[in-house]
Design a protein around this ligand. Sequence first.
Ligand code: F6P
Length: 365
Amino acid sequence: MFKKKRIAILTGGGDCPGINAVIRAVAKKAILEYGAEVVGVEDGYDGLVRNKWRKLEYNDVSGILTQGGTILGTSNAGNPYRYPVKKGNRLEFQDLSRTAIANARSLDVDCLVCIGGDGTMHIASDLFKDGVPVVGIPKTIDNDLRGTDITFGFDSAVYIATEGIDRLHSTAQSHHRVMIIEVMGRNAGWIALHSGVAGGGDIILIPEIPYDAEIIAAKVKERNRRGKRFSIVVVAEGARPKGGDVVVRRIVKESTDPIRLGGVGFVVGAQIEKITGIETRTVVMGHLQRGGSPTPFDRVLATRLGTRAVDLIENGEFGYMVAVKGNALRKVPLQDVAKGPRTVRSNDPLIASARAVGTCFGDQP
Ligand code: F6P
């Protein structure tokens, strides 16, 4: 008698549009094509350590394609290899990986599907080394995962940020102001670059190209001289001045990546106002970029990635993340993905295109 396949799904790190579409794709294909049993681990790796999971039936994953967030819950704390434990007022980190691995074994699953960004893939890679059959699926609005051209969630975040830029244009124009819009992305400028180009930002500041406030101000003044009495500045939260550092909003000690960036938009705004004398306002897009329904592109990508992950499981190919290369899907070893973030290269063709239409990156007039 054949043993029925059993698959566990876990969503880790920050949520983003499209996670439910992936859960649906994995679970539906596993159930429909292989008659598999599917279980969902709740709240990411935290749920693996605490043994929190529930069975996912076909009806649980039906009707969730367009829903934002994750029906399983997520957490960016709970790394089993560095699990935060409160001792009075102190936070201690313990290696609870053996508990997590024992829980994974007790679920009796053929594979643990880990949907997440670099933190999630790093842990997935370690679990695989420790004998857990794992397949990864790349998720993050930041688009900063190695081994894949794109992650699902990115297109939705760019769409939301672009809509923000579009809406700022009219008010900037009416009041003859400089409007700054700060977008997410951690230490990568993908969201700022793509939404900035899509929204026609006059100045785009990304972490990979340190800025000079005088150059930004000169661009604003030059636009004014040409009769454009407003400017739109798109700033990545990880942008930094030449010779300076990022603006840290808070430290989340228990998180796998404790530094939360944010606030550089206000710093840049104050500098522009001081140098140019032009009234400036700053808007932070923040978590709006992570909420709501995924774009059609992300729904399609999520469905492709999720169903491909099931193929890997069926072939017994563990320790890989499904990834996008050009228009095709491929698999990349998790250990390669875990080597660090993928940032924007200074020779990215989109930067050249943006410069060609007069966009300033704060490094040259
Ligand atoms: O990685 C996704 C992301 O939204 C980043 O762009 C941002 O820096 C961070 O997560 C915010 O994290 P939190 O939800 O913990 O504030």
